[in-house]
Ligand binder design. Sequence first.
Ligand code: NAP
Ligand code: NAG
Ligand code: NAG
Length: 336
Amino acid sequence: RLLFNALSPPTQVWTLRKHFQGFPKNTDFELKEEKLPEPQNGEVLLEAVFLSVDPYMRPYSRVQMKEGDVMIGQQVARVIQSKNLKFPVGSHVTTHCGWRTHYLSNGSDLVLVLPEWPKNLPLSLALGAIGMPGLTALYGLEEVCQIKSGETLLVNAAAGAVGIIVGQIAKLKGCKVVGCAGSEDKVAFLKQLGFDEAFNYKTVRSLEEALKKAAPDGYDCYFENVGGHFSSVVMPQMREFGRIAVCGSISMYNDTEPQKGPYVHPEMIFKQLRMEGFLVHRWPHKHPESLKRLLAWQQQGKLQWREHVTEGFVNMPAAFMGMLKGDNIGKAVVKA
Ligand SMILES: NC(=O)c1ccc[n+]([C@@H]2O[C@H](COP(=O)([O-])OP(=O)(O)OC[C@H]3O[C@@H](n4cnc5c(N)ncnc54)[C@H](OP(=O)(O)O)[C@@H]3O)[C@@H](O)[C@H]2O)c1
Ligand SMILES: *[C@@H]1O[C@H](CO)[C@@H](O)[C@H](O)[C@H]1NC(C)=O
Ligand SMILES: *[C@@H]1O[C@H](CO)[C@@H](O)[C@H](O)[C@H]1NC(C)=O
């Protein structure tokens, strides 16, 4: 493959220049150019349309990447050259090809966007409400919490990509929903979405009191996105036989020294709690049906979505760091 693709525009990629120490910095990333060859039989050339920035990139960078690697991540891409009948020019796919503007694939790692995807619905939702974060919300509630009508649910990072879907699905299921987020705008948005109680965890005088006030009888289910100190305050407020879906622990992702307890064991025993970590990838066989369900809810007006869109591939690191800091309401995406 010596011949470069004359028709292909230059490919830009963002690499991990230096492993993150504490919070990521601009100098940890490097923008590079690549040239791609022409597609051979079975291959397609893709162009990024929307790229996702997600919290997992922070902890996974340490274990899955070495310095110089292209940043990991999912995107929605358009087929611009094709020698694969399954993926004609103009079709859209999702792929985990990382932070790159163009990508050559043999098709094995591509997923076509749902054929019933409405023309007027932004394709970026395939990275959010009707994509990985939406599925995470659904599985955390149904498979892990096994939430039932009438129960009380707590979700933190509630105004984020996963959180807004968690709260809305729990409402659809007839639950009382309490959400916490880091700004007044986020709290107002949660109330607009129908959350029963919402508060700003950064400005309440006491997190413990705010949680008690929001649900005096305690919590049956806790959709955990934050971890650390927050979690220690929630544990004593769980009800007997409560379930905790450990989805994320974003408050711990840039720690270099592990945080110290309080430890959960007494609460777990005496309240007979169930605490279970999960990854959305555990239920791949359920994805097609689940995505259709999320799309149907969206089309019926039962599931609102919101996005924080950053323009330009060149701004990927800024979008990523902004999301970690809490700049986003809803899903953080980059428009290429
Ligand atoms: N298990 C899985 O398969 C899976 C899949 C997807 C996501 N996740 C996890 O789910 C969580 C949410 O992910 P997402 O994609 O929906 O991200 P997101 O909530 O859209 O964005 C991250 C949010 O986290 C909040 N945050 C940042 N630092 C915090 C801290 N120290 N304490 C409390 N909140 C903090 C910020 O909002 P505030 O303004 O509210 O602070 C920020 O907007 C993450 O922990 C992620 O790792 C897990
Ligand atoms: C880690 O990142 C969070 C935001 O995700 C921030 O609140 C915290 O101060 C950071 N800690 C360090 C040690 O950089
Ligand atoms: C397609 O490419 C992947 C690497 O991206 C490789 O693992 C796989 O074997 C290839 N499949 C075919 C049919 O060539």
